[in-house]
Design a protein around this ligand. Structure first.
Ligand SMILES: *[C@@H]1O[C@H](CO)[C@@H](O)[C@H](O)[C@H]1NC(C)=O
Ligand SMILES: *[C@@H]1O[C@H](CO)[C@@H](O)[C@H](O)[C@H]1NC(C)=O
Ligand SMILES: *[C@@H]1O[C@H](CO)[C@@H](O)[C@H](O)[C@H]1NC(C)=O
Length: 316
């Protein structure tokens, strides 16, 4: 076999493996969804509704990680799922939100998410937590109490690079190709004010179209005010130490022990995955160009970072 055939065979094998993995994940999701429903129904049949199900009020607490993509959320979800047995709560990964067009929802679909969360919460005897890629959703406007929101963001340009390589993982793009993409103004590497993008701000602003508009000041202001009102903690990937410390202090019911877990267990595991397919080098001029296109995303990023560092200081 020559090198090209070999490469093609390898690519083919890779695709088949990926497909099998996808199917397994879907199958497991269906299974666990089915299970959730069965558990829920039997508990509801026993009339263990809110109040009776949680005489101590514990089951009433809900944490919602409406995670921003490509910002370290899988790592935080992993920590949360490890913490649930230690700290006596239950974590649910909500289906949906995996496709880019499934995060900004109609009011009807928002209401479905809100009521799913409330059904699970009502049937639970322990505190619950949920994660899903979804824009900020105001539970009050559907007649429910808002959950405790948390989220995690990262440097907007780094996030963009990460998304670029993730989308083209199979092609193993080189750092240079990202530069070319930006220089050529290709659609996936170009930003136009007022157009809709799946960036960080809508995860804090909401589902209205103007929340997704690039460099919309109203969206920025709404996002900031929602952070203050509804988000107990918004972490920053570049400040992971501070993020974990603030999570542990502000939400001990969920995050007690998270720092120890991260430094003793996760970090050793992650060393294996580091520095692969993750080229970060970029010309300063390209970075500057992107930074100025993402002006209000940076405004938001620095706002969140400042808030996090203040929380860290005050709680020391
Ligand atoms: C959320 O909904 C409540 C009730 O409708 C409303 O008073 C509040 O202003 C809303 N908050 C946001 C940020 O839209
Ligand atoms: C978006 O536009 C709608 C309708 O014009 C307005 O009611 C809403 O307040 C706007 N939201 C933001 C975040 O600017
Ligand atoms: C984060 O905390 C760990 C453990 O306390 C420490 O070893 C490490 O140096 C810290 N990293 C930074 C960037 O502060």
């Amino acid at each position: 076999m020559d090198r090209h055939t070999l490469r093609r065979v390898r690519l083919c094998l890779w695709t088949v493996t990926a497909a099998i993995m996808c199917l397994t994940v879907v199958y497991l999701n269906v299974l666990s969804e089915g299970k959730t429903r069965v558990v829920k129904r039997s508990l509801l049949e026993l009339d263990l509704t809110e109040g009776t199900a949680s005489p101590d009020g514990k089951g009433g607490e809900v944490l919602f990680f409406n995670r921003v993509p490509k910002s370290g959320s899988e790592m935080l979800v992993l920590l949360i799922s490890w913490l649930q047995s230690r700290n006596g709560f239950r974590h649910y990964r909500l289906p949906g939100g995996r496709a880019g067009n499934d995060r900004r929802l109609s009011t009807q679909r928002q209401e479905e998410v809100v009521s799913t969360i409330n059904e699970i919460k009502s049937a639970s005897t322990v505190p619950t937590s949920f994660d899903r890629h979804i824009y900020f959703t105001n539970f009050s406007s559907y007649g429910y109490q808002n959950p405790i929101y948390i989220n995690l963001i990262r440097d907007p340009v780094d996030k963009m690079i990460s998304r670029f390589y993730y989308a083209d993982l199979k092609k193993r793009k080189e750092a240079q190709q990202f530069e070319e993409c930006v220089a050529a103004g290709a659609p996936e590497c170009r930003f136009i004010n007022g157009h809709l993008y799946d960036l960080a701000i809508p995860y804090f602003c909401g589902h209205e179209a103007n929340c997704s508009q690039l460099n919309n000041r109203d969206a920025l202001e709404r996002a900031k005010s929602n952070v203050e009102k509804y988000f107990k903690v918004v972490g920053v990937l570049e400040n992971l130490n501070e993020t974990l410390s603030v999570l542990e202090r502000s939400l001990p019911r969920y995050f007690r022990g998270v720092q120890e877990l991260y430094f003793n267990e996760l970090q050793t595991e992650m060393k294996y995955n580091k520095n692969k397919n993750n080229p970060r080098k970029m010309k300063e001029s390209t970075r500057r160009k992107l930074e100025s296109s993402l002006k209000l995303e940076y405004d938001f990023y620095y706002f969140v970072k400042k808030r996090l560092l203040n929380q860290r200081r005050w709680k020391n």
